[in-house]
Write a protein that binds this ligand. Structure first.
Ligand code: GTP
Ligand code: SPV
Ligand code: MN
Length: 588
């Protein structure tokens, strides 16, 4: 497959370490993938679903102790501990290599080593990067073949270059105590052991495209962000692109595939999906910021996805998709998850593979972090620019989180530097995407807390440097919160497709076409400038409630921010301290 010496010698090393019976290169051909699907079904690793209703679709169940990212067992192994920063777990690289190689040693015995050459980004794009993942899991191979571009073409583009990222994955035996997801940013190396869950083992995704790539981006002057990318087409056929960073399970896939509400659609408004999770962004020749989606598929949250909330996502999963930890409907061998429809199957298996009756059980059938792995090309609103090697120009960057209170529906930062501050103070209630308590407010700067591969103080500095470079061509920065609750604990804002009403305001702000109200935290819309036409059960008074900026609450928020900032010590850019002082003054 390749004569690349750096690749071949590393693979020799890996073979000697994990001692497989056989080595199989993934060439990207449909024949090879189909043979692997068959094999996985024979061993029970995957279940083939109803070919008529869900052609080319499969179900996989992970071990019950292996259902989400494990942040406590995720490490940045930089030479110096201080370079990993206070928000990452750190391990000495020499110690980590030894420990991981000891765990990996001999672990492929009796099994096959799959070698996956993959490209993050369109193959050959100047913005793309290459990785090689070695794994003993067919599930990983088949997911990587959806989520990334794999096969011979990648090696052809790589040629003799040593510019690629090594990835070793060993399932071993899914012991939680010995589960490690380790990154060696200075060596372009990722090692993941004792897990079979997506975010821990599809090494192109969070491990490479965010943790390793954020480090590369800092050194090379570009950005790797936990952001969706979408295009908004207006009735004149002009498309403006925005990227948005929300923490895990806070609405990126939903916003990326949004269908504008009735009224807008008739006028010709449309949303195009470029990406739903990760953006790589670089200054283009015209000085603007350009983004590509390094992925080729969607690893989306299943529960909550339905024909009303996100029809485009649901349609994307109707063929060639792998479902993980959802309900299996035994009557017709299809899948189900909470809120897919109002008709849960009675004769079914829950995500653990136990008999489950959706009509009578008081237990959830699908795991809250159950997922679908769907090819991007299935998506009805996939952007015509999806394969554009140059990327798309970004007009606005949106930060957002899940906050029951305090944060308004939308506000605009005063300028880039204030926008970096807004990103740095992001906070959100935790979700099922990572193990641990759900619903606890934590600070999650730029939605990158679990994904920044180096010191977060330096990451903030990098954002300021990017702003300087971009100057007046920099995207405008906004913050949104779809998740304000009323006194009874219901979401006030209808969300989903209706978020288009907020996107419209954002674009009009970028074009300088609409005024706003200055508040202590930034510019908030005048209530009359958010179009509420066609909304039922949502009044202008409701809107005013969620546009409100409560000075006392923000003064309290400022205290929390000050506390949060302390851990960064001298590596916190002075500019952020200044911004915080301004906020405090504004709230007096
Ligand atoms: P990751 O893949 O983990 O990065 O998640 P994500 O950011 O792509 O989140 P996703 O779009 O999958 O949404 C996660 C959950 O939030 C789902 O249960 C959605 O139903 C819910 N959600 C998304 N958008 C909205 C919204 O506008 N309002 C409300 N109330 N819920 C939403
Ligand atoms: C997230 O948790 O942000 C995800 C899913 O997108 S995972 O691939 O598990 O990271
Ligand atoms: Mn994500």
């Amino acid at each position: 497959m390749t004569n690349n010496k750096t690749v071949l010698s590393w693979l020799e090393e890996m073979k000697a370490l994990v001692t497989p019976d056989e080595v199989v290169w993934i060439d990207g051909s449909e024949e090879q993938l189909e043979a692997l699907r068959k094999q996985a079904c024979e061993t029970g690793e995957m279940i083939k679903l109803n070919e008529e209703k869900l052609p080319g679709c499969y179900l996989h169940r992970t071990a019950v102790n292996d259902v989400a990212r494990v942040e406590g067992r995720t490490f940045i192994c930089s030479q110096k501990e201080e370079d990993a920063g206070p928000t990452n777990h750190w391990m000495d690289p020499q110690k980590a290599y030894k420990m991981l190689f000891d765990i990996a040693r001999g672990s492929y015995k009796g099994r096959t080593m799959y070698v996956i050459p993959y490209s993050m980004g369109p193959i050959g794009s100047p913005l793309a990067k290459i990785g090689i993942e070695v794994t003993d899991s067919i599930y990983v191979v088949l997911n990587m073949a959806i989520m990334t571009r794999v096969g011979q073409a990648v090696l052809d583009v790589l040629g003799d270059s040593s510019d690629w990222v090594k990835g070793l994955h060993c399932k071993v035996n899914i012991e939680e105590e010995n589960r490690y997801i380790c990154h060696f940013p200075e060596d372009n190396y990722i090692i993941s052991v004792n897990s079979g869950y997506g975010g821990n083992v599809l090494l192109g995704k969070k491990c490479f495209a965010l943790r390793i790539a954020s480090f590369l981006g800092k050194n090379e002057g570009w950005m790797a962000e936990h952001m969706l990318i979408l295009g908004i087409e207006n009735p004149q056929g002009e498309v403006k692109y925005v990227s948005a960073a929300f923490p895990s399970a806070c609405g990126k896939t939903n916003l990326a595939m949004l269908i504008p509400p009735e009224g807008y659609r008739e006028k010709g408004y449309k949303v195009w999906t470029v990406g739903d999770d990760i953006a790589w962004m670089r200054q283009g020749p015209d000085g603007r910021l350009y983004a590509i989606n390094p992925e080729a598929g969607f690893f989306g949250v299943a529960p909550g996805t339905n024909m009303k909330s996100n029809p485009n996502a649901l349609i994307s999963t109707q063929k060639g998709t792998i479902f993980t930890n959802v309900v299996q409907n035994l009557d017709d061998n299809t899948v189900w998850w909470e809120s897919l429809d109002k008709n849960p199957p009675e004769h079914a298996m829950n995500w653990k593979g136990e008999p489950w009756n959706g009509k009578t059980s008081d237990q959830k059938g699908a795991h809250p972090n159950s997922r679908f792995t769907a090819p991007a090309k299935n998506c009805p609103c996939i952007s015509p620019e999806f394969e554009n090697t140059a990327g798309v120009p970004i007009s606005a960057i949106i930060f957002g989180g899940r906050r029951a209170q305090t944060t308004p529906l939308v506000y605009q930062s005063k300028d880039w530097n204030n926008g970096v501050f807004v990103g740095s103070i992001m906070a959100s209630e935790t979700t099922a995407a990572a193990t641990g308590a759900v619903g606890v407010v934590r600070r999650d700067p730029m939605a990158m807390l679990p994904f920044c591969g180096y010191h977060m103080g330096d990451y903030f500095k990098h954002w300021f440097e990017m702003g300087e470079k971009l100057g007046d061509k920099a995207p405008k920065i906004f913050n949104t919160n779809w998740f304000r609750l009323d006194d009874e604990g219901h979401f006030i804002w209808p969300g989903f497709g209706d978020n288009f009403r907020v996107l419209e305001w954002i674009i009009r702000r970028c074009e300088g076409k609409v005024d706003a109200v200055e508040t202590p935290i930034g510019f908030v819309p005048k209530a009359e400038d958010i179009n509420l036409e066609g909304l039922e059960d949502f009044t202008v008074e409701d809107l005013q409630k969620i546009l409100d900026v409560d000075k006392a609450a923000w003064a309290k928020e400022a205290e929390g921010i000050e506390e949060f900032y302390k851990q960064f010590g001298d590596r916190l850019p002075q500019e952020l301290r200044n911004q915080l002082e301004t906020l405090k003054k504004n709230c007096q």
